[in-house]
Ligand binder design. Structure first.
Ligand SMILES: Cc1ncc(COP(=O)(O)O)c(C=O)c1O
Length: 401
């Protein structure tokens, strides 16, 4: 694998095509049945609308579009983010300081990418640095790690590991060289939730081996039976936020993917460094957008409704698919992760015979050195449409697979 000093072309080669480009390629010569309407369950884009208060807040702050927004964000936004973290994760007032522990992001995608660029050094104790990513994973972890020049080590998150990565099982050599580990909680695509003990162990491991733990909590508000714990709440319980960064987004919580609003919070030293780093290359978040994001964070009613809608969709899919393809209810998030034996073949068949577009799990995970891929047997379905469409898609899947 290319190192940081290597040619851009080598890193781009390692990057390859992303999952959606590969999906388009796979299906480029396959047509869905002409008599069926196509159903796209491939993209995790909420199809519901954000609450009206988003547009109201934007309109109420329309006089601010002429202003360059500060990269640090407004005090109002940072205070709203901290107040929400405190409420949601039971963090005592005063532990998180809006001045030191939080920064706005233009959606978490750029933040996850840029944080990796900042965190990964040329070397760790004279050796090649390692970035750990769960496999399967959200695409940006992999892309960011490759472009940083680090060695990418995938940590399988399979049925056998409770669909969570077992970082502690890694070799001493890998842990010694690790500079950054990604954790997605709840996990996209598997829907597993690491509990407080799991998070505490991951945080302790990061501190013991001197690496940063990024916990991507973008799906934290979409849960089935119990709200997921947050890594900052767990870290605060340990008396320190050292080495921990959490990422939160309005995209799924508030169906506001187009707003491009989220934030990062945690370790004050890392946040301060990220502020400096971002002052050169990070996108600012427009002031009206920060105002709208703060208003959304202050409201839980629309989030409760959203969660109930996703739960109903899972109920609908469960009625049709229970007992098939290893169906289980995701503890969090809005994806189904179905074991269909051969995910690529099933994806092609579903598009050709059912007009249902899904993603092969293989494209969301890494090929291991022995040729295996922990996602190969799976397909991912995003339950972003209303009940009737989810019911129709589930029936078609049952019929065709
Ligand atoms: C796991 C995960 N993290 C982060 C993101 C990025 O979301 P956004 O940039 O909209 O905040 C996504 C989007 O799909 C995601 O699935």
């Amino acid at each position: 694998m290319a190192d940081r000093g290597s040619d851009l072309n080598e890193r781009l080669k390692a990057l390859g095509e992303n999952a959606f480009a590969r999906l388009n390629q796979l299906l480029s010569s396959v047509s869905p049945p002409p008599h069926l309407s196509a159903i796209a369950l491939s993209v995790g884009e909420p199809q519901d609308q954000p609450p009206p208060l988003l547009a109201q807040a934007l309109a109420a702050h329309a006089e601010l579009w002429n202003r360059y927004p500060p990269i640090k964000g407004t005090s109002e936004f940072r205070t709203a983010a901290v107040a929400w973290l405190n409420r949601r994760f039971g963090i005592a007032r005063g532990v998180l300081d809006p001045e030191r522990h939080v920064l706005p992001l233009s959606g978490t995608k750029e933040g996850l990418y840029l944080a990796t660029e900042m965190i990964v050094p040329q070397q760790k104790a004279g050796e090649r640095p390692v970035v750990l990513i769960p496999s399967p994973f959200y695409q940006v972890y992999r892309g960011a790690a490759i472009m940083s020049g680090a060695e990418l080590v995938s940590v399988p998150a399979t049925n056998e590991t409770g669909f969570l990565p077992d970082f502690a099982a890694l070799s001493a050599d890998v842990l010694r060289r690790t500079v950054l580990a990604f954790l997605c909680n709840p996990a996209n695509p598997q829907g597993a939730i690491g509990d407080a003990a799991y998070l505490a162990a991951a945080i302790a491991l990061a501190r013991r081996h001197d690496f940063v733990l990024i916990v991507d909590e973008c799906y934290s508000e979409i849960w089935d039976e119990a709200p997921p714990p947050g890594a900052l709440g767990v870290a605060a319980g340990s008396g320190s936020l050292d080495r921990v960064l959490v990422f939160h987004s309005l995209s799924k919580r508030s169906n506001a993917a187009g707003l491009r609003a989220g934030f990062v919070a945690g370790d004050a030293h890392l946040i301060s460094a990220f502020l400096s780093f971002r002052s050169y290359g990070g996108p600012q978040v427009p002031l009206p957008v920060q105002a709208a994001a703060a208003a959304l964070l202050a409201d839980e009613a629309h989030v409760d409704q959203n969660r109930a809608r996703y739960r109903a969709r899972i109920d609908t899919a469960e009625r049709v698919l229970a007992g098939r393809f290893g169906f289980y209810r995701p503890q969090g998030g809005f994806f189904l992760w179905l074991d269909v034996g051969d995910g690529e073949a099933a994806t092609t068949r579903l598009w050709r015979d059912a007009g249902v577009r899904v993603v092969p799990g293989r494209y969301l995970a890494l090929d291991e050195s022995d040729g295996s891929n922990p996602g190969a047997a799976y397909i991912r379905l995003a339950l972003v449409h209303d009940d009737a469409v989810i019911d129709e898609a589930s029936q078609r899947i049952l019929r065709v697979l």
